[in-house]
Design a protein around this ligand. Structure first.
Ligand SMILES: [Zn+2]
Length: 332
């Protein structure tokens, strides 16, 4: 499957899908307070009108995303589902989350479009967690995405051991948010620490720390060193470079370009998060010409790719994820 979808071309392994439920997709979106202008800004960035938020968002969003992948250097994008936040007993925490994307929606989008690879999202405290995991593995999921700090998931909770073991057995990598978060409501600030991922790592799951523990706001704790130290202890731990083109997160790029970390980094954009080369240029990570050229490109996926290539990330950085997904291209 992956061979058809990407060949040896780069893969963006961190791309969000959102929707308001139009067209019966099952998605929902709840944008409040200061997140409203932020959401409108993101829509503008990706080339959709602000009215799309209350209109046929689901269809427009997917059409635009397909257009961007096709018009980029990428062979495929891993699109992410988003499960609900739950309490310790696995009960829904009403009003806690800000958006929801069903597993069946990303699985269907990936069946319909060869540009997409499906990442499901399953809160391990869900009463049907294992059943849903098995169902998604069979349906072709290539990854499982969660945000421990926003969905209230203590990955180290011993009750989840069976869940992680099943993921390891199904060779399904875990993509888990680490570091600060400012686009979604945070329920457990302390779960931004990459050490929250110890149990799945011990169970043999391939874990990708989204954002590699970097901070998103001035006041966030920077967990990059913790992440880097953990990669020395766990050969199955990786980090992604998603949202490295926002003001704060890119500060550790020079370390990510050097071994031993370089071979543990994978490429993700965190689309539709804005991509601006100004910060990389100011830190002298890219030259003026490369910055200007990337900035002129209206395709955010391509702009992120171009900026990272200009920073010095090698081709393997963009293709590495292909080896970590359940079906490597050689087996197809
Ligand atoms: Zn993200």
């Amino acid at each position: 499957m992956l061979a058809n979808k990407s060949g040896n071309k780069p893969i963006d392994m961190h791309v969000h899908v959102v929707g308001n439920g139009t067209g019966g997709t099952g998605c929902w979106l709840r944008v409040r307070g200061w997140h409203r202008p932020l959401a409108a800004m993101m829509l503008r960035q990706i080339g959709l009108p602000a009215e799309a938020m209350t209109g046929d968002l689901d269809r427009l969003y997917v059409e635009r995303l397909l257009e961007l992948v096709r018009g980029s250097s990428l062979g495929a994008a891993v699109i992410l589902a988003q499960d609900d936040a739950r309490d310790e007993q696995g009960r829904l925490m009403a009003g806690a989350g800000s958006f929801y994307v069903p597993n069946d929606y990303v699985l269907k989008l990936a069946r319909d479009h060869e540009e997409f690879l499906p990442a499901v999202s399953i809160h391990p405290a869900r009463p049907d967690a294992l059943e849903e995991l098995n169902r998604c593995v069979t349906a072709g999921a290539v990854m499982m995405k969660c945000l421990p700090n926003c969905q209230n998931i203590n990955c180290n909770d011993r009750r989840f051991t069976g869940f992680w073991e099943r993921m390891a057995e199904g060779k399904l990598p875990l993509l888990a948010h680490t570091g600060g978060e400012h686009t979604l409501p945070v329920l457990r600030r302390e779960f931004a620490d990459p050490r929250i991922l110890t149990r799945p790592l011990e169970c043999g799951v391939t874990v990708i720390a989204a954002h590699s523990g970097t901070k998103s706001g001035w006041l966030d704790t920077d967990y990059f060193r913790v992440f880097a130290e953990m990669t020395r202890r766990f050969p199955n731990l990786y980090g992604d470079t998603s949202a490295f083109n926002v003001p704060m997160r890119g500060g550790h790029i020079p370390e990510c370009l050097r071994e031993p970390l370089a071979s543990r980094m994978v490429h993700g954009s965190d689309y539709p998060v804005p991509v601006h080369g100004h910060w990389a240029w100011m830190r002298r990570q890219v030259r003026w010409e490369a910055f200007r050229q990337a900035q002129r490109n209206q395709n955010l996926l391509e702009r992120d790719y171009q900026l990272k290539a200009a920073m010095g990330f090698p081709l393997e950085h963009f293709t590495r994820i292909g080896r970590l997904l359940p079906r490597p291209p050689t087996e197809v």
